[in-house]
Design a binder for this molecule. Structure first.
Ligand SMILES: [Zn+2]
Length: 108
């Protein structure tokens, strides 16, 4: 059964899935931080590598430096984010050694 609300602001996916680890159709609760970024890879399957850039101020040089963050997120079947998509990811309990975020919505 699909939840109406997963506790954060996100649009419901159109597809259904039977995934335990899906925040919409499974039992995985999401909590904590929320980010959005661009999917740079969807390998291995059900995984999305999400990246975004930010500017970091260096006091010593009095200028900004471009940095980026890379997060490995779980990509549930019903959402199925593709490379190049802009997605919203939310923190959840650790799903594996590197995954503690999950894709909750494709924004674009
Ligand atoms: Zn699902």
């Amino acid at each position: 059964m699909m939840k109406e609300n997963i506790g954060i602001e996100a649009k419901k996916p159109e597809k259904e899935c039977n995934d335990e680890k899906c925040p919409w159709h499974g039992t995985l609760p999401v909590r904590g931080r929320i980010f959005s970024g661009t999917v740079t890879s969807t390998k291995p399957s059900k995984t999305a590598i999400v990246k975004w850039n930010y500017h970091y101020f260096l006091k010593k040089y009095e200028r900004y430096e471009k940095r980026n963050t890379r997060i490995v997120a779980y990509n549930p079947e019903c959402i199925n984010a593709k490379k190049g998509d802009i997605v919203k990811i939310a923190e959840c309990r650790p799903l594996s050694k590197t995954k503690s975020f999950i894709v909750v919505e494709v924004l674009k």
